[in-house]
Design a protein around this ligand. Structure first.
Ligand SMILES: N[C@@H](CCC(=O)N[C@@H](CS)C(=O)NCC(=O)O)C(=O)O
Length: 107
């Protein structure tokens, strides 16, 4: 797995999630101010062109922050950050999504 990273709250959310879990991954830095994320080869991996993306070992990629966190939770269940029961899981994903869209500054 490799993380496509840049400045911005969404990549930061994934980095925070990884830090809490003690996950380290090879990282590829893209310059979003220079629109590096809006052209190949990145858009070949993530056609939506936004950051971050998680490149999977099978060559595919996840291009949504919450989906990346859920995938990492599944691969690295401990410590559990999303919740261990079905309803708790849905509620926690929604809470995290709201928090990171409303509370994290652009840096
Ligand atoms: N749906 C995406 C949105 C990601 C997003 O808005 N990323 C911003 C950085 S925080 C971005 O890529 N901005 C540059 C652009 O849209 O070209 C997610 O939740 O992961």
């Amino acid at each position: 797995m490799r993380l496509y990273n840049s400045l911005g709250p969404n990549p930061r959310c994934v980095r925070m999630f990884m830090a809490e879990k003690g996950i380290t991954l090879p990282t590829i830095e893209l310059d979003i101010l220079g629109a590096e994320n809006r052209k190949p080869p990145y858009t070949d991996k993530n056609p939506g062109g936004q950051m971050p993306a998680l490149e999977l070992d099978n060559g595919g990629a996840l291009g949504e922050t919450v989906a990346i966190c859920e995938y990492l939770e599944d691969k690295h269940p401990t410590p559990a950050l999303i919740g261990t029961r079905l309803l708790a899981t849905f509620g926690e994903v929604e809470r995290m999504s709201r928090i990171h869209h409303t509370s994290i500054s652009w840096r």
